[in-house]
Unconditional design. Structure first.
Length: 58
């Protein structure tokens, strides 16, 4: 699944293949995110809605 991420070093939006979906926090403070890698191996993170996160997990 592809998703758009903001590449801080390049200062632009990029589209990358999602490598995993992670969850941060507990209870009502839970945040959902997608992780990916750039072509040169740097990490990218994009926080997403729970519905998008659930769709990736299926």
């Amino acid at each position: 699944m592809k998703h758009s991420f903001y590449d801080v070093k390049a200062k632009k939006k990029v589209t990358a293949e999602v490598t995993k979906a992670v969850k941060y926090g507990k209870g009502t403070a839970t945040r959902y995110a997608f992780k990916a890698l750039t072509k040169d191996g740097r990490n990218l993170t994009a926080f997403v809605k729970k519905a998008d996160w659930d769709a990736f997990k299926k």
